[in-house]
Each structure stands twice: as C-alpha cells, then as structure tokens.
Design a protein around this ligand. Structure first.
Ligand SMILES: Cc1cc2nc3c(=O)[nH]c(=O)nc-3n(C[C@H](O)[C@H](O)[C@H](O)COP(=O)(O)OP(=O)(O)OC[C@H]3O[C@@H](n4cnc5c(N)ncnc54)[C@H](O)[C@@H]3O)c2cc1C
Length: 422
C-alpha cells in the first residue's frame, strides 16, 4: 500500500513538473533556409544528422543545413529494429563497423542525450557443421582485429539461450553460435533526436518539410539545390537519403547501382522479460530481440520486388512468424501487435557507397542495405571528414562509388545476421 502511494506521488509530481515546463522547449531550433551554406546535407535521417553534428563538432564547420522533406525521424532511422554490432569479416568493413560500435559506446555522453544503448549481446546461430566453420572463421577475423567474439558449442548456446528449440523434432538443429557480447540495441528515435539537438546547438540549421527537387550545376560543379522552400546555394552538397538514393542521384545525372526495396519489422504484444539477447537464426535471414516495453521485435528479408512503399504486408508476416516459431516454439500463441516498413537501399554486394562523386562538390552516402543503423555514427564521422577535407576518410576508402570498375566489391550481404554467405 505504501509503495502504491509513493508511486502515485511520483507520477503526480512528474505531471506537475511537465506542466510547469510548458510550453516545452524545442529540442532543436526551427530554422528557415539561408541563401548560402558551406555545406548542405540532403536527408535528415541518422546519417545526415550525424554528418552535420560531426562537421560542426569535429571540424568547426557550422554553416551547415540539413534539408529534410518530411519530419525528423520519419525515415528508416525511426523504422529500424535498432540492432548494433561489429561482427564483420571483410577487411575495411571490420574496422569501419568496430569504429561505429566504439562511437555508440560513448554516444549518450557525447550528445548529452540518452540513446539507451543496451549491450545485451548478439548470438548468430549455426544449424550445421559447415555454418559453424564459417562462424569460427568470422570470429577469428574479429579477434585478430581486437573485436570481442566467442564461438559457442551447442551446450554453451543451451545454457545461454535455454528457451530455443533443442528437441529431437526441431526443424533446424542448433550446432553452436557466435556471440558478440558488446552488440545489442540502441533506441533509434533517440539517436535522431540526440544528433539533431546537438547539431542545432552547434549552429546547424535543421530545416524540416523542405524537399530537394533538383541540383544546381555549373560547369560540372554542383553549387546548390532547388527545394520546395526555394533555391539554396552551397560550397558542398551531400546526399544522404537512404531509400531515395537513386532517385536523388538521378536528379544530378548520376546512375547508381542501387535498388530500393521494402523491408519490414514486426512487434508482438508485450510479455515479461524473456529473450535477453539479440538472436540471429542461421537457417533464414531472421533475427529477434525483446524491447524494453516487452514486445518481441523481429525482422527478415527485404521483399524481392523494387518499391518505394513503407507499408507492411501479410506474406512477410507469415515468413517471419514461421522462423520465430521454429526457433522459439513457446511463443507460438503470442499475438502480433503491429508491423511496418521502410525503404531499404540495396547495393549488389551489400556494402554501401560513401564519398565523392564524379561531379565536383557533390558527395554521396547511401546503399546501406541491412547495415545502416549500426553504421550511423561512423558514417557521420567519416562522411564529415570527407566533406571537410575533400578526401575520403581512410576507413571508407574501400567504399567508393567506382569500386566495381576497379574490382569485385565487398560482398558483405547480410553477413552479420546470417552465416551462409562468406
Ligand atoms: C524495417 C527496417 C529494419 C532495419 N533494421 C536495422 C537494424 O536493426 N540495424 C541496422 O543497422 N539497420 C537496420 N535497418 C537499416 C537502417 O535503418 C537504414 O539503413 C538507415 O537508417 C538509413 O540511413 P538514414 O537513417 O540516414 O535513413 P533515413 O532515416 O531514411 O533518412 C533519409 C531521409 O532522407 C529524406 N529524403 C528523401 N528524399 C528527400 C528529398 N528529396 N529531399 C529532402 N529529404 C529527402 C527522407 O525523408 C528521410 O528522412 C533497417 C531498416 C528497416 C526499414
């Protein structure tokens, strides 16, 4: 009884405090476009906002505008399943994603904004000896690069994740797994709000409901953009529009090897804490975790056809439900609460493009496939460096737009989630 009174009192004081603060201070300034900026960033998702923040914080470049066609958080930064990890295998990607995870580890402190990093660990499961070999190879690559990795045998997976199906009737027997303890989840919209507030405090103009409709070109050089709020000039212009990458680049006359697809996420009704890691199924592209509110959050493959839709659809719900129940039969009676979609920009090799373009003063950041949220801090960090120095940061040199002309690319397609590809 006493405890009840105490909690009612604190709820009341919370409301009183909230009312006293009314009207609430905006987290970032409402800005109107200026005629000229040093840098314009098209796209107010995680990558655009992080780039703006690091331009101001690391390089002292503050005459920066982020132009967002909708509201901050409306794109994939607010639609993803929040997983962060650095279990990559290919030279270049391993170091880039580890840099990102290190930035995640101090991001709440850096931005003075709680992004709710939860390093609960990710286990990628192996359902056969060959898959376990692939995971062992990847784990060794990680260890050689100073990244935490632990190869688990079947018994160790059973002790860590006792709620999976280990029965003799199970559809996909579990042979072992690869654990990265520092992997986990981050509250996605807090990331957008935290970067936006911190960038705005450093002088960056964040301009919402301002759609870029064209680029201003002068003798092979991009000198600004046309928008629904008028023409804006800039020393350098950066594209960071995720699912709209090829559409935007086409406005500047660039044809990119990027396709847009629907990727969906799903959440069940809330249950008591139960799934205490992020788990990646080895038999399909499927992963599951539990949110702080108690819902089981899961996702799978993109839809095979090209699309700019952001809505969920039923066939995919059936696919992921089959995977969920094959892995954890005890959740078969849980109800799906909701599902949603985002536009994912896919490249032929699963790795992004980031850096300069053939047009002077036009820079590009996109094609992040399944990796875009976890890459956000390192992408912003390296892209800001590239814009400031007019030269790619060493960590992204392998992700240049012309890599297919030079060699075969970096086939990282779903590697961290799925042990099939190598
Ligand atoms: C369902 C789902 C689950 C995912 N799960 C994960 C995950 O667990 N881990 C992970 O690492 N990645 C995940 N991803 C991928 C990740 O979310 C994206 O790769 C990443 O967020 C893309 O970068 P962004 O945040 O900058 O994109 P966005 O937030 O999409 O930002 C791009 C912005 O550009 C704006 N824009 C577009 N056109 C224009 C224009 N003409 N003018 C002005 N603005 C424009 C858009 O409105 C949008 O706000 C997931 C994606 C989806 C859809």
């Amino acid at each position: 009884m006493k405890a009840m009174h105490r909690s009612r009192y604190s709820a009341l004081s919370l409301v009183r405090h909230a009312l006293k603060e009314m009207p609430w201070r905006r987290a970032w300034r409402a800005a109107t476009p200026q005629p000229h900026y040093d840098v314009i960033i098209v796209g107010g998702g995680g990558h655009g906002l992080a780039t703006a923040y690091y331009l101001a914080a690391n390089h002292g470049i503050r005459r920066v505008a982020v132009l967002e066609k909708s509201y901050i958080g409306s794109g994939n930064v607010g639609r993803n399943t929040t997983l962060v990890r650095s279990n990559y295998q290919l030279p270049g990607n391993t170091q880039f994603f580890e840099h990102s995870l290190k930035l995640w580890e101090s991001l709440s402190h850096t931005l003075n904004y709680n992004v709710m990093l939860s390093q609960r660990g990710q286990v990628v499961l192996a359902h056969g000896p060959a898959q376990l070999d692939v995971l062992a190879r990847k784990g060794n690559t990680m260890l050689l690069n100073g990244i935490d990795a632990e190869l688990l045998d079947r018994g160790e997976v059973m002790r860590l994740l006792p709620y999976l199906d280990y029965s003799s009737e199970c559809r996909f027997p579990i042979y072992g797994g690869l654990l990265q303890r520092r992997a986990g989840t981050v509250r996605h919209d807090a990331v957008a709000w935290g970067y936006a507030r911190a960038a705005s405090d450093l002088g960056v103009d964040i301009i919402e409901h301002c759609e870029v409709t064209g680029f201003i070109e002068n003798q092979g050089r991009i000198t600004g953009v046309d928008t629904t709020q008028g023409r804006i000039h800039a020393g350098r212009t950066a594209i960071a529009v995720a699912g709209h990458s090829s559409h935007l680049a086409a406005m500047a006359g660039l044809r990119l090897p990027i396709e847009s697809h629907l990727l969906q996420a799903f959440v069940t009704e809330a249950i008591k804490p139960f799934v205490d890691h992020v788990i990646s199924f080895g038999a399909e592209l499927f992963y599951i975790s539990q949110s702080d509110k108690g819902g089981l959050v899961f996702g799978g493959h993109i839809d095979g056809f090209n699309s700019y839709t952001q809505r969920g659809q039923f066939p995919k719900a059936q696919d992921v439900a089959e995977c969920a129940v094959a892995l954890i039969p005890s959740i078969s009676r849980l109800r799906l609460l909701r599902h949603w979609g985002g536009i994912q920009d896919m490249t032929p090799d699963g790795s992004p493009f980031i850096g300069r373009t053939p047009l002077r003063d036009l820079y590009f950041n996109g094609g992040w496939c399944y990796q875009g949220f976890k890459a956000t801090p390192a992408s912003g960090w390296c892209f800001a460096h590239t814009l400031a120095h007019e030269e790619e940061h060493p960590l992204i040199r392998h992700l240049a737009l012309d890599r297919f002309e030079r060699h075969n690319g970096f086939d990282e397609y779903g590697l961290g989630l799925w042990p099939y590809r190598q």
